[in-house]
Design a protein around this ligand. Structure first.
Ligand SMILES: O=C[C@H](O)COP(=O)(O)O
Length: 316
């Protein structure tokens, strides 16, 4: 068993022994989350470093029914230059861009065109996002269509009923089929944890997704009643650390949905650093899915640079 997992995560057969009978202790999880909160008080250069890393690890997202190619092009321009020039100059940063842009399948083509030559990947949601309640062949066809348009990352949703009914083989086979349909694209498996009722279900679904070949496990669509929380994130990150110890494979983590403040950006990075290790805090292994976090980070960085809370660095 390698000490440091470093291999890509290849699909394996379902092994329910890894999760059956495992019941994460909700009180212990809450205690650990509270303890991690004590480590979040960072300031000065450390805070700036966390905030810039949050941008580098961000899947800058628009997933709205009224999305247009124009909106997506504006989002891509923001992904290429996430901060105003005066702020990047004051911070002394160069070549900063977001980890990816995340859109619906029909918006992949304009995003790919807008990001050509930048190296910024386009991620597409698929599989009947956000509910996933479409026939499997149509969900797989949607994955293939998004990859065909140029998406190199695919964010899929699972059938929550498989989890709620304990249909682990069906869940494994569904995700394995999605893994195969995605071909060379990275597969992020959204568990929609707000729908899964218990931490035991979150743990089991995380393990099944990884056994089926997920490159990332992701908390939420942003559309559930409850989206990313620190307790479910802790359970998921511990599951991926254990998976790495068991298999040697590295699986990334993507909290998404409801992350809106600079404090959120830091809290999830602290959790990742303390539970998985500092090496996980890079775009290949950690992403934050967010539609409105970037503005909050910009505001906080401007406050730090000017030393005046609430004072914009640039004229409006
Ligand atoms: O995958 C990303 C989420 O859909 C974004 O959720 P949000 O709009 O709450 O930031």
């Amino acid at each position: 068993m390698p000490a440091e997992p470093s291999l890509p995560n290849l699909p394996q057969p379902l092994d329910p022994r890894v999760f059956e009978g495992r019941q994460p202790d909700a009180r212990a999880v809450a205690r650990r989350v509270a303890a991690l909160a004590q480590r979040r008080r960072v300031d000065g250069p450390a805070e700036v470093a966390f905030l810039l890393n949050a941008i580098a690890c961000m899947d800058l997202t628009t997933l709205a029914g009224d999305d247009t190619p124009e909106r997506v092009r504006r989002l891509c321009a923001r992904a290429r230059h996430p901060l105003p020039p005066a702020l990047t100059e004051a911070l002394g940063v160069a070549d900063l861009h977001t980890g990816a842009v995340c859109v619906y399948p029909t918006m992949v083509a304009p995003a790919v065109r807008a990001l050509a030559g930048t190296g910024i990947p386009v991620a597409s949601v698929a599989t009947g996002f956000p509910a996933g309640l479409m026939p499997l062949d149509l969900r797989l066809a949607e994955i293939r269509a998004a990859v065909g348009e140029g998406a190199c990352e695919i964010d899929v949703v699972i059938t929550r009923a498989h989890v709620l009914r304990g249909e682990w083989a069906a869940l494994h086979d569904e995700i394995a089929a999605m893994r195969a349909a995605a071909g060379p694209a990275h597969l992020k498996v959204i568990l929609a944890t707000g729908d899964l009722v218990s931490l035991a279900n979150v743990h089991a679904a995380s393990v099944v997704a990884m056994q089926a070949g997920a490159d990332f496990i992701k908390t939420s669509t942003g559309k559930e009643g409850v989206n990313a929380t620190l307790p479910v994130s802790l359970v998921m990150v511990r599951a991926l650390v254990e998976h790495g110890a068991r298999t040697g494979a590295r699986v990334g983590f993507k909290p998404a949905g409801g992350l809106r403040s600079a404090a959120d950006a830091i809290a999830w990075q602290i959790l990742m650093r303390e539970e998985a290790g500092p090496d996980w805090l890079r775009p290949g292994l950690f992403r934050i899915g967010a539609s409105s976090l970037l503005g909050a980070i910009e505001t906080r960085l401007a406050q730090i640079v000017t030393g005046r809370a609430g004072t914009p660095l640039m004229p409006a």
